[in-house]
Design a protein around this ligand. Structure first.
Ligand SMILES: *Cc1c(COP(=O)(O)O)cnc(C)c1O
Length: 359
């Protein structure tokens, strides 16, 4: 296979931090090797720092972000449980599908794509749900939903936040906000190859798990016994190379510092958005709720979606994302996350886009 270097600015994999890539090339350790277990334990500690939580059950679930979503729902939701789900994009829809497969009674609290959820409406959707779930950073629209406000009003319910495109990019404060369960993915702002789902669950949620989750593989009782150094017992073979890579990627994030990482995403994402507007393009996500790490922009009249994206890819080696769902062909989604959230990336993309669009 030819080696092709691309600048990945889609909503999919970002370019990994160099440390994370380097770790993938190291000799493999056995999954029960003491040195690997030390790396695993330290990875869980680093995840606690990045999630800003003391939750003992904090670990990388084997699988991509969607495996984190499945793990959250299959462990907490059984037949007849009422689950309120905020839906204003593709990933809110996916949560509804996953929850329904667990037999949940799904109550949707909706907002139009491109607009944020109204926290009061999410909280008012049902008087006594077991779980309230929402997506923090809707990658399909570029909108940030207010997880903190929803968690503040949760009452007896548990709150679940999809942080796949927020962790490592914008502030996420699990314990400070009172979020009970959250998952992420390695390939978005964390800047590691796809393959693991950083995960955390509060003791309060852990006590309210369903007695026997329908998934053996994602049973957090057994996975927690494996990842905890005090109860360690084989469950499944950890993807050792991916764990080593996540360990290194989280190390890079923590060494830079969470505040600095968030500030870098904010500054470069806003520079990208300002630059797009200077090119005469129109941003799509509601002002005041735009994610710095994922920008949606309307495809201008006269520009052909496929032609423009192909020119960026073939002439400049830059991949941007197509619109999702009903907005395919109407918007582009441009990631500026993880290692890519840097001035040189923004400048290169804006110049290439200006050239391709003839602006
Ligand atoms: C990417 C993404 C997912 C799914 O993650 P995969 O790694 O593709 O399984 C879920 N939620 C959000 C918000 C995402 O951006």
């Amino acid at each position: 296979m030819p080696i092709v270097e691309r600048l990945l600015l889609g909503p999919g994999p970002s370019n990994p931090y160099p440390e994370a890539t380097e770790a993938l090339g190291r000799p493999l350790l056995g999954h029960l090797d003491p040195e690997f277990l030390r790396i695993l334990d330290e990875t869980c500690d680093r995840l606690r720092s990045v999630w800003q939580t003391a939750n003992p059950l904090t670990l990388p679930v084997s699988g991509t972000g969607s495996a984190g979503m499945e793990a959250a729902f299959v462990n907490l939701v059984g037949p007849g449980d009422v689950v309120v789900i905020g839906v204003n994009g593709l990933f809110g829809e996916r949560m509804c599908d996953v929850a329904a497969r667990c037999g949940a009674e799904v109550v949707r609290a909706e907002a139009p794509w491109g607009q944020p959820l109204e926290p009061a409406a999410v909280l008012a959707a049902h008087p006594s749900p077991k779980l309230i779930a929402l997506v923090h950073a809707e990658t399909s629209t570029g909108v940030r939903n207010d997880v903190e406000a929803v968690a503040a009003g949760k009452g007896d319910a548990l709150v679940l936040a999809d942080c796949v495109t927020s962790l490592g990019g914008i502030p996420v404060d699990i314990d400070g906000w009172g979020v009970d369960v959250a998952y992420s993915g390695t390939q978005k702002c964390i800047g590691v190859a796809p393959g693991l789902a950083p995960f955390t669950m509060s003791p309060r949620a852990f006590e309210r798990r369903v007695p026997k989750p329908q998934s053996w593989y994602l049973d957090l009782g057994m996975i927690g016994d494996y990842t905890s150094s005090t109860t360690r017992k084989y469950h499944h073979t950890a993807p050792v190379a991916m764990v080593a890579s996540l360990h290194a990627g989280l190390g890079a994030v923590l060494e830079e510092g969470l505040d600095a990482v968030w500030a870098r995403h904010e500054a470069n994402g806003r520079a990208l958005q300002d630059g797009l507007e200077k090119l005469g393009l129109e941003l799509w996500a509601a002002a005041g709720h735009r994610l710095p790490e994922l920008t949606t922009v309307k495809i201008p009249d006269g520009a052909d979606d496929v032609t423009v994206r192909r020119a960026l890819l073939e002439d400049y080696g830059i991949e941007i994302g197509a619109g999702a769902g009903a907005f395919a062909g109407k918007v582009w989604r441009i990631g500026c996350m993880g290692h890519n959230a840097r001035p040189q990336t923004v400048t290169l993309l804006l110049a290439a886009l200006a050239e391709v669009l003839g602006r």
